[in-house]
Design a binder for this molecule. Structure first.
Ligand code: NAD
Length: 371
């Protein structure tokens, strides 16, 4: 007997929409999923864009109206990859319709709305997942294991950064990423390093931040040279103190000239240390603290680090960014089919958004802010 099916509805077909579609298409060839994802409906901003994208990405139907997708009886999981402002209305409708909701980060435009989304999903018993895909890296899972096993001793410090260069040019126009509601480098990519820090070291207790706009104006859109003020941060630096007492620093920066994907961190302990950058995502740097062995040793990703072996039986052959999304989708499908939980869920994403807002409040007040 063939596997049963899970109907997928995808809203948005840009950078992340293509990544989600690829993951849903390939997951059952790599992971032992209980039910096969079936690409049912793709929604985008209008019928024409949706039709073209559905054809390219392999969806059976298309619509220019996301509500039609959400209420389609053949759709079991609603994947939201539209701009941030649409996450909440689509998620609320999907929760009401009893669908599993897989939403891109940041969960919403404010922590208050993110909390409402979380409470609605929890009250309805809905499976949720948010796209903090960098945590799916087997090297990150290994780092967490090393930390919790005590191999580096008691953690003494954290230094984290998510730096890219996609907004370093002042002529990159406004987009949803620069919306005053929920936009800015801190919300856009700072949310990734905050979620990573929480995954590795637990919740933060207090933060102090400095947010800076580097380019005061940008073109209003791709179609005009007319410029409008930028009201969000290009770069944020924060001091953080975790509930465990560990202190550290964190940076979000989308104008980091020359950097393409420096989601990186270093964690020191009383016995050893770990360091990572997404630019070399198949490596974890480890110092065991052994006398006479100063300097980091490279641990190379391989089948010893699940689920690397689902993709390749040989070490050193490397996973890529899109593979992280496949791992994420495999975990989502398992939770949708029942018996296991998955995360980061809406509640965890709300906590990340609350941390983003605490940093923004700290900048405004020039004070430490407790979470
Ligand atoms: N997890 C990650 O690593 C990661 C990376 C990039 C972006 N993101 C997140 O993914 C989301 C989308 O970002 P992107 O880079 O793919 O943006 P994008 O601009 O490339 O794509 C957005 C898509 O949504 C569509 N869209 C816009 N309004 C819509 C509407 N009303 N109804 C249906 N579709 C609509 C657009 O036409 C486009 O296809 C954002 O929330 C962003 O923060 C996550």
């Amino acid at each position: 007997m063939g596997k049963s099916e899970i109907g997928i509805g995808l809203v948005g077909s840009g950078f992340m929409g293509r990544c989600h579609a690829n993951a849903f298409r390939s997951v059952s060839g790599l992971f032992d999923v209980q039910a096969e994802p079936r690409l049912r409906v793709l929604a985008d901003i209008n019928d024409e864009i949706a039709r073209d994208a559905a054809q390219t990405l392999g969806f059976e139907q298309s619509t220019g109206d996301w509500a039609t997708l959400v209420n389609d009886k053949g759709v079991d999981i609603v994947a939201i990859t539209a701009p941030n402002i649409f996450h909440a209305p689509i998620a609320f409708a999907a929760i009401k319709a009893g669908k599993t909701v897989y939403c891109e980060k940041p969960l919403s435009t404010t922590a208050a709305i993110a909390l409402e989304m979380t409470q609605a999903a929890e009250a309805a018993g809905i499976v949720t997942m948010v796209g903090f895909n960098f945590q799916r890296n087997p090297m990150i899972k290994l780092a967490r294991e090393i930390i919790t096993s005590g191999e580096i001793g008691e953690v003494t410090g954290f230094r984290g950064r998510h730096a890219e260069n996609y907004m370093f040019d002042p002529n990159v126009p406004h987009s949803f990423r620069t919306d005053i509601q929920g936009g800015g480098a801190l919300a856009d990519i700072g949310s990734h390093i905050i979620s990573m820090a929480r995954y590795l070291l637990g919740p933060m207790a207090e933060v102090q931040a400095d947010c800076r706009t580097i380019h005061p104006t940008r073109p209003k859109s791709h179609r005009t040279t007319e410029r409008a003020a930028v009201e969000v941060d290009d770069m944020t630096h924060a001091l953080v103190r975790f509930q465990s007492g560990v202190s550290g620093s964190l940076e979000a920066n989308w104008a980091a000239t020359a950097r393409t994907m420096d989601l990186s961190w270093e964690i020191t302990g009383t016995k050893g240390a770990l360091a990572f950058t997404q630019e070399r995502m198949n490596e974890l740097a480890f110092w065991s603290g052994q006398p006479g062995r100063s300097g980091y040793t490279k641990i190379e990703a391989g089948p010893a680090h699940p689920p690397y072996g689902q993709f390749c039986p040989a070490p050193g052959h490397h996973l890529g960014f899109n593979d992280l999304k496949v791992i994420e989708v495999a975990e989502l499908l398992a939770a949708h089919s029942g018996g296991v939980t998955c995360g980061p869920d809406f509640r965890e994403a709300y906590e990340v958004q609350r941390t983003v807002e605490a940093m923004q409040q700290s900048h405004a007040s020039r004070q430490w802010v407790c979470l």
